[in-house]
Design a protein around this ligand. Structure first.
Ligand code: FES
Length: 164
C-alpha cells in the first residue's frame, strides 16, 4: 500500500521529537474516520496520553500534556494551529511547537527567561500566594511541545511511541 500521509500530516518541527519516539515502532492510534477536521482527540496507551489534533497545517501527534503543568490539551480549544490550555490559558502553535501566549501564572520559558504573571482583564488585586507557591510558579518551565512521528496506513493513523 503506498504512503498517503504526506499532505495530511504536519511536519515535525526540528528537534522536537519526543524522547524515545524516533526509533520506536509504529502503533495504531485511531481510525482517520474518528478525526474530523479541526478536532482534537486523546489516545492513551498505559500511562502515555497522546493528543491527536487535526490542525490547518495537518495532523499532529503530541503528548496530551500541557508543556506548562501537564493539563490535558485535548480538552482545550483548537483554532487553526493554535491550541489553548484550559488551566492557565497558555496557547501553543502546534505547527511550530512554540508558545504563543505564556500561562497566566508566569514562569520560565524553554530558554530559562522569566515571564511575570499575566494580569487578568478587569481583575482587581489578588492576595499574594505564599512565598513557596510564588517561587514554584516562577521556577516552573513551560517547555516546547513534543511530537510523535506519524503515518497513515489503510485509513488508520499510526505513531511511533515507546513501549508502555
Ligand atoms: S497547565 Fe496549561 S497553561 Fe498551565
Amino acid at each position: 500500500m503506498p504512503e498517503t500521509d504526506a499532505p495530511m500530516l504536519c511536519p515535525i518541527p526540528h528537534g522536537l521529537v519526543a524522547p524515545g519516539a524516533e526509533t520506536a515502532p509504529f502503533r495504531r492510534v485511531l481510525a482517520m474516520s474518528e478525526l474530523a477536521p479541526g478536532a482534537m482527540r486523546r489516545a492513551s496507551f498505559g500511562d502515555l496520553d497522546l493528543l491527536v489534533a487535526s490542525t490547518n497545517a495537518g495532523i499532529v501527534v503530541t503528548d496530551d500534556r500541557c508543556p506548562h503543568m501537564a493539563a490535558p490539551l485535548s480538552i482545550g480549544t483548537l483554532d487553526g494551529c493554535v491550541v489553548a490550555c484550559v488551566l492557565h490559558g497558555a496557547t501553543f502553535d502546534l505547527s511550530t511547537g512554540l508558545t504563543v501566549e505564556f500561562p497566566t501564572t508566569g514562569g520560565l520559558d524553554p530558554g530559562g527567561l522569566y515571564h511575570p504573571p499575566r494580569v487578568s482583564a478587569g481583575g482587581g488585586a489578588r492576595p499574594e500566594p505564599p512565598v513557596a507557591k510564588t517561587r514554584a510558579r516562577a521556577l516552573t518551565r513551560t517547555r516546547h511541545v513534543r511530537y510523535y512521528p506519524a503515518r497513515i496506513r489503510d485509513g488508520q493513523l499510526e505513531a511511533r511511541t515507546p513501549a508502555d
